[in-house]
Design a binder for this molecule. Sequence first.
Ligand SMILES: Nc1ncnc2c1ncn2[C@@H]1O[C@H](COP(=O)(O)OP(=O)(O)O)[C@@H](O)[C@H]1O
Ligand SMILES: [Mg+2]
Length: 512
Amino acid sequence: MSEPLPIVEMESISISFPGVKALDKVDFRLFPGEVHTLMGENGAGKSTLIKALTGVYKIDSGDIVIAGQSRRLTGTADAQAAGIATVYQEVNLCANLSIGENVMLGHEVRGPLGINWSATHRAAQAALDGMGLGHLDPRQPLATLSLAVQQLVAISRAMVTKTKVLILDEPTSSLDAHEVAGLFTVIRRLRDQGVAILFVSHFLDQVYAISDRLTVLRNGQYVGEYSTRELDRSMLISKMIGKDVETLRGIGSERRANHRSPGDEPLLRAEKIGRKGSIEPTDVTLHRGEILGFAGLLGSGRTELARLLCGADRPDTGRVWMRGKRTEVSNPKAGLDNRIAFSSENRRDEGIIRDLTVRENLVLAVQAKRGWARPIPRREQDALVSKYITALNVRPADPERPIKNLSGGNQQKVLLGRWLATQPDLLILDEPTRGIDVGAKAEIQLTVAQLADDGVSVVFISSELEEVVRLSDRILVLKDHRRIAELENGPGVNADTIVDIIASEVQEEVGA
Ligand SMILES: Nc1ncnc2c1ncn2[C@@H]1O[C@H](COP(=O)(O)OP(=O)(O)O)[C@@H](O)[C@H]1O
Ligand SMILES: [Mg+2]
């Protein structure tokens, strides 16, 4: 038996956007009759690869072969004509038409007097039957259906147009377990009919339930193609984050001192704080002088949880106590008043102000806290700035230099100084060492450890598990916008422990 030919072959595909190489010589192939999942953390390039295939984005270089022919598609309609349909999470259908009209749109059955509606609805019913959706009434208005069923209608519509490649980019993000099971039944049926299915989801359990094969991307680069059966979950995650399991095992805690004495009043206690569509209700406790790490893949909800704790976003459930007293931290000012400081992961847009000097950037949060009507006297500014330039070893040590002329690492130190100057009791650092050189990184890590020793409580968020495991006293693990575990750090805990937790299956059934 000869190996079947791929229906899609993408070779060495590159696409750049201003300032980012979204795809860097990526290979991908898709066979008829398989479910092939693209895996990678947020921003890895999955959606871009799909848009490269369908011609929504123009590729800078590479080759795309569809059914044996080198092709450059020019967009969704052209892709459709080539037998490639994409169903997005936000379904692209007409809400004011019936199910049948949507399924048959553009393919209505015509008679001498125009569209023959009963024949059209019969054809729609046949199409629905063919997908195992015979229970749907083609005359029912689309608007009355749940999003999940609308999605199935969108897939039915794709099948009417003789689709050979069905692309589903995160179709399950807002579906419940039962709806996912329904979708998977349809996907399996189409696969068995020979349709090639390209699937994207960050829910590991779903990926393992449905995929025959996986292609892993990281940072716009091709990592590899694997048979799902041959790649266990821990291996998959280590490939997504770019660390082999041996390395992960070698990374253990470096903090021995546990600053918490039992019975201590926690500095912060949050009970079931959450925000719809962002993070599920979560408990967080933080003691004085403790470093609490948030671990999880990009997109797991780390930043979302941090933003609720500091008031950058308003929680819609839960209660918060600071120093034993009930409080609301529903906006950034309330955060500062509670002595909570938040340094955003987004250094460029939410952090530094490029055209201001080091001094002006550094005093910003203190100034905001005391109110803009009462400018900080220049002498006080100078004292503050010189203190933090020295403490954090900012180079060059020139307060009047525009911050844009400093290296990323030194910009980050100034940002850290900005928040330290507010004398926070709780400092939340989201990716404080991303994209900076090793020297500056080590300095920032050391500063964080010293702050904790001085009694400041720190929430430390990083994509690099090494840092989280080395620095934290306790680690809260997030996955799919939920807290899935919390562990005391110490001997025996290493980065691989965290990967195993993220990889472990949930109990909930996912349409297997
Ligand atoms: N239209 C665009 N303009 C600029 N940058 C983009 C655009 N689309 C995607 N990117 C960037 O390309 C990278 C890959 O994004 P994407 O393909 O959406 O990732 P994924 O789907 O894996 O989460 C990211 O850094 C993203 O910010
Ligand atoms: Mg995407």
